[in-house]
Design a protein around this ligand. Structure first.
Ligand code: BGP
Length: 477
């Protein structure tokens, strides 16, 4: 296959190439310049792990990769790769340390001013997640997070402040990271302090309702304050296949998919779908809907963004057990290989999910997370440079991007692609540093050792070429 001039690969000229991170996984400086504690600061073991009373040193996120102090060097490296967009999040507790404060923290606001300016210096558009797995801890402890209606008010205040402050600097916004993940990770995703085992479905779905109303309010405010911006929802995409053609498996798959589609359906159509009303009826759930909520939900998103790492399977056969990587349910697919963390690798699943979402919604789609978490070995190459020969990562990303082109050829409107963890960071699910995703290696280890120096991996040069050729350097098998 032609290396540099592949005629079969057509990404639109406007395609937004870049990388993605989240504040809590990179910034560190967890208590500097007036920042309050967030749910992440007391979660040393990751998204599903136990929480601690206070931040403890074993929590690698407290230092992260020290992006708070080194962002200039990092943005320069992103620019060297040719990024057109950089997805990061604003740490809510940097702006409102307790979450229910009336006055924002100026130093927190200044940090993001400077970060966004630095991006623009290189022509990189910031794509900003308003809430990425880090509710201010006070809102979690005092209010039980999104179970409490007042979170809508606090979030609305926060987004109003940041929309006004960054209206000339940020034109792409996302309301909640992986909003559907609240169903599996209520503390991390929804700041819900009640332990998951004790949380009732009633409270869980009431929290979901509050997030959906808040998300719609953010859409409305964004359209009013920054009319030339685009704002989207963000979902964890987990395409699910029936394990067998047994109709029971097919219906079980439909139910599983509905659980996730529910979030997209409300964001795009502005109303609760019938299958969800049935679910509520049959599970004795009565959502308290306040006057004005239904009108608010009609503020629908401009685009849909999602993360994609893997697909899974569903079955009603009780003898089939879930695999280690399937923390969000489902069972492994016997036709697929898995990463070292048990996440099954399925590039075609990305084409499939792009088509399914586009068929359903006819809205532009943005892939804002995709990548391979792997153990990397830092070596010294023949030129005497420290680097990582991460051909496995290149292969993963190449194969997924080829499927993105397939979807574009299918007629899907894809706005862009920001691969996850463009610079190594602390993992969300396991809180490890050795689960690396980056094009840039960060010298920091799970025991907290390391210089925090940055090194370009082989994939750094590969991605730079992909962006420079607008995808034509990708290899089709
Ligand atoms: C998504 C989260 C990210 C990120 C990614 C990779 O669910 O939005 O924050 O971390 O998954 O997961 P992990 O870090 O667990 O490998």
């Amino acid at each position: 296959m032609n290396k540099d001039n592949n005629p079969t690969l057509h990404f639109p000229d406007s395609f937004l190439w870049g990388g993605a991170v989240a504040a809590n996984q990179i910034e560190g400086a967890y208590n500097e310049d007036g920042k309050g504690l967030s749910t992440q600061d007391v979660s040393p073991k990751g998204i599903m792990g136990p929480i601690t009373e206070y931040p403890t040193e074993e929590n690698l996120k407290l230092v992260g990769i020290d992006f708070y102090h080194r962002y200039k060097e990092d943005v320069k490296l992103f620019a060297e790769m040719g990024f057109k967009v950089f997805r990061t999040s604003i740490a809510w507790s940097r702006i409102f340390p307790n979450g229910d404060d009336l006055v924002p923290n100026e130093k927190g606001l200044q940090f993001y001013d400077e970060l966004f300016d630095e991006c623009h210096k290189y022509g990189i558009e910031p794509l900003v997640t308003l809430s990425h797995y880090e509710t201010p801890l006070h809102l979690s402890k005092q209010y039980n997070g999104w179970v409490n209606r007042r979170l809508v008010e606090f979030y609305t205040r926060y987004v109003t402040v940041v929309f006004n402050r960054y209206k000339d600097k940020v034109k792409y916004w996302l309301t909640f990271n992986e909003i559907n993940s609240i169903l599996e990770a209520p503390f991390m995703s929804g700041g819900i302090y009640t332990p998951k085992e004790q949380l009732t479905k009633q409270d869980l779905y009431q929290a979901v309702h509050h997030e959906l109303v808040a998300s719609a309010a953010a859409v409305k405010l964004c359209h009013e304050i920054i009319p030339d911006a685009k704002i989207g929802c963000m979902m964890l995409a987990l395409p699910t296949y029936p394990l067998t053609p047994n109709p029971n498996d097919v219906i079980a798959t439909m139910h599983y998919e509905h659980k996730n589609y529910f979030f997209g359906d409300v964001h795009v159509r502005g109303v609760y779908p019938g299958y969800m009303k049935r679910y509520f009826r049959e599970h004795g759930i009565t959502i308290e809907i306040e006057p004005g909520d239904e009108e608010m939900l009609l503020n629908t998103v401009d685009f849909i963004s999602f993360s994609y790492y893997m697909s899974n399977c569903e079955t009603t056969d009780p003898s089939v057990v879930s695999g280690p990587g399937n923390i969000f349910g489902g069972v492994p697919n016997p036709h697929l290989e898995a990463s070292e963390w048990g996440w099954q690798i399925d590039p075609q699943g990305l084409r499939y999910v792009l088509n399914m979402l586009y068929d359903r919604y006819q809205k532009p789609l943005f892939i804002v997370e995709n990548g391979l978490g792997a153990v990397d070995e830092l070596i010294v190459n023949d030129a005497g440079e420290k680097t990582v020969e991460d051909d496995y990562r290149i292969q993963y990303l190449n194969d997924h991007l080829v499927q993105v082109v397939e979807a574009i050829e299918d007629g899907v409107d894809v706005m862009g692609y920001t691969s996850w963890g463009c610079i190594d960071l602390v993992s969300a699910s396991s809180a490890q540093l050795k689960k690396r995703y980056g094009y840039i290696y960060v010298d920091r280890n799970d025991d907290g050792s390391g210089t925090l120096e940055r090194y370009r991996k082989k994939s750094f040069h590969w991605y730079k070429q992909v962006i420079a050729t607008n995808g034509k350097s990708l290899r089709v098998k």
